[in-house]
Design a protein around this ligand. Sequence first.
Ligand SMILES: [Zn+2]
Ligand SMILES: [Zn+2]
Length: 616
Amino acid sequence: MTLLELAKKQGKAKVAIAARVDGALKDLSASVPDGAAVTWVTPDDADGIEIVRHSTAHVMAAAVKNLFPDARITIGPAIENGFYYDFDVAIPFTPEDLAHIEEKMAEIVRADHPFTREDLPKGEALKRFQGEPYKVELIGEIPDPTVSLYRVDGFLDLCRGPHVPSSARVGAYKLMNTAGAYWRGDSKNRMLTRIYGCAFASKKELEAHLHLLEEIKKRDHRKLGRELDLFSVNDDIGPGLILWHPKGATVRRIMEDFWRSEHARAGYDLVFSPHIARLDLWRVSGHLDFYRQSMFSAIEVEGQDYQLKPMNCPFHIQIYKSKVRSYRDLPVRYAELGTVYRYEPSGTLHGLLRVRGFTQDDAHLFLRPDQLDEEIFSLLDFTLFVLRRFGFEKYDIYLSTRPEKYAGTLESWSKAEAALKSALERKGLPYAVDPGEGVFYGPKIDIKIKDMLGRSWQCSTIQVDFNNPERFDAVFVGPDGSEQRAIMIHRALMGSLERFFGVLVEHYAGAFPAWLAPVQVDVLPVTDKQGDYARDAVAALRKAGVRAEGDFRNEKLGYKIRESQLQKVPYALVVGDREVAQKQVTPRRRGGEQLPSMSLEEFLGILRGETENPPT
Ligand SMILES: [Zn+2]
Ligand SMILES: [Zn+2]
């Protein structure tokens, strides 16, 4: 009996596209051995959607070969959200070509051609793929004496399978774009043309995904950074180096002010350190051995080598070591908005998210071993407080434990891991363990924040370190007068200001909450007649600490309101004759909501309520 016959018997023929037989994935055309354990695979499960996606790639390749018989086929796997297929063609496909390919695919789907499988000796298979050099190359590398081929609508491909039973069973799909890709990802090989497609089990899921892609495009921080005049990257300055324009710089200043005052309040000492230091410092810290590929080249000064700093740690350790520390002085907490420089290949740079110069909201804590538990617990609390203020309420949390190669003793590792774990549990935070993914110097907690679109961003990290206190001999004098080794914690909450700002821009789609907005209020006189009154209002708002601007251009009110909305300013205050006569303003929220006319004092009350207690 075949699986399809069994599926029909069990009423599963409409939902099943393949099956697991004794654990192995099989086509529905395969036969079922007696007594085998069969579970049905449907497009809604992980195996099923992958089969659907990969089958869609075959249908697309069939359409391509039909329309472009000279295209040479290579490989076409399923990927996240869809599939791709690489073709060797003389001229890359155009968007019009993709539309034709999509039409042809629809034809193949409508005709409901079966996917058929053949198992052949390699010699036979090679004959079938004459004129397809990439397939010939692939067959040559398969160790088995036989290979399997799949056919749909006359299109033959080398494939392990399984596939959907027929072309009508592929789900909802859309061809997205093309890209250049080297054969086997090697730049020495020929450049192929890759077609990317999305594929989902249902039309509804496809549409939700396309909508998400639209949203992502709309929120792209590089686009919004231009439109809102927040920042730029300039080739004359250099790739991966950020210019903060006045509006972006204002947001950064507010982020920094908040950060500094909260750190002072939480018992941190704020420090500053230079951007370069002797290369030898990085030899002691181990960075020259473990991190050199991420560092800029050394700079020679008076016959001595200096290094742009990739990290702030050694500086803070040196401040700690600048005097004798008693056990009573600990914990010592040094925090710095420390600008570091790291080499990243130019091809990987991306707006604010991946750069070569950035400012970490860094801190290094020096503790006695008995302080570890409590310190990590309050640190976790502090981290979440900061993230919440910026509107991030959802996290993915990972606890990374001891890797194979590690510094320090087994005992101190298990103590530190237990401290991290108990802090997470006391806070009631769900987390996943990443076994062996700790840094060589200690275990860590990584917090990925989830943005408005549900995307995860690695930002906060809390790392215990046994190694640096040893390398730099960071000690304190214990109660018995003996020297003891301090434990260090490295931690960053936002991670990098550049990256965090980029994430914020996308999270809020550029519409920052009032406390962060670079301009909080636009004052909009209806005509020139109210110009003086409007100027006074701007001055009064600024005097009250509000970031206010006025639009005194000779433009229609509707135009000014639209401009203010496009710039995503939280409030526009309209002033016409009536407002002047009654000494009032008429506030309008950026979403369009109109508030009743009120005095400037009353408006300030509303704005203060929002900025002093931002919704968390
Ligand atoms: Zn295949
Ligand atoms: Zn550090």
